[in-house]
Write a protein that binds this ligand. Sequence first.
Ligand code: SAH
Length: 364
Amino acid sequence: MAESTDARTAACGLTLSGWEGWLEAHGEPRFRAKQITDWVFKKRVDDFDAMTNLPPELRENLASEFSLVPLEIIRVNGSADTTRKFLFRLEPDGRLIETVLIPASQALYGEKSDRLTLCVSSQVGCAFDCKFCASGLAGFTRNLSAGEIVAQVLLAEMEAGERINNLVFMGMGEPLANLKNLTAAIRILNADWGVTLGARHMTVSTSGLAPQIEKLADEPLQIRLAISLHGATDEVRQRIMPVNERYDLERLFSALRVWREKKKQKITFEYILIEGVNDGLDQAKILARRANQLRAKVNLIPYNIVEGLEWKRPTEEVCESFLEVLKRAGVQATLRRERGHDIDAACGQLRLQEETAAGVIAVK
Ligand code: SAH
């Protein structure tokens, strides 16, 4: 898979020990690492020249090798429900990604105390080709670097004028297909010298890459895991998620048991309800059994219409009776209330875009 093509490394993509290594290699004392991370993550200066406790030659060196924040906001769309969608241009190659800022809501991700949630992207495009999702329509372009992931948070906080207290890796891309950069970004976001976001307030969502789930389970941080399940049997899941051919439900669930064993925490199943595809009560019953096996929570999401795709959202009654089956079986389940639908910022509506002389266009 293509690596990021950073021309200059992003300063916000380096860990404290990464800085120590760089400084050592450049004949500088290691204690400067903490000074640099303070400028980058605490004071958030926009110019290396503002790093006044560093010697001028070092500042110059840094400026020639690093960019501070490798993204630029080119558009902000506000939504009636106050969800905001940012369109960012990536510095090295001008590609575009989207990040969605979602203010407090009771039941969005099942956590009552959320105040400000950011939905971040992990790749440009997506290679997994889920049949219902806009993000994969134009295929995969590249991984985001750790700095590009962290910078989405820094810039969104600047725009919002307040701290983000909940992060979901549910934007464009498959985070677990970019595991190395994802884990570096999570460490930076979590660290005391970094963005200081609690690991329990970060949720990684995956289409089900079983081996990578097992690898991520070895990370010491207590980040949360959400699985895009969308089908309770292989037959139904396969129809809409080609990844199921590579890792079927049995393989996926064995990885989830590893996760539970190591993390001792609840997993969330995301389940989009698509009319006539996976919304039957037979699926609900099997889903309930599977959720109970793992003591997982279920987050039901009525399908968000994607232009160019045929899938439809079931009626409210169908969604409610699906939910009822889960609840009656003792599963902790919620039906998600809509956010950002009117600005195409809802789940699955983030699509690959390109900038042209005429403006920004959707690629497909
Ligand atoms: N690739 C990861 C991260 C993307 S998360 C994953 O699959 O989990 C985006 C979430 O939105 C996933 O649960 C995805 O299945 C869901 N989604 C995609 N298209 C959607 C749509 N049209 N309506 C509602 N949810 C959708």
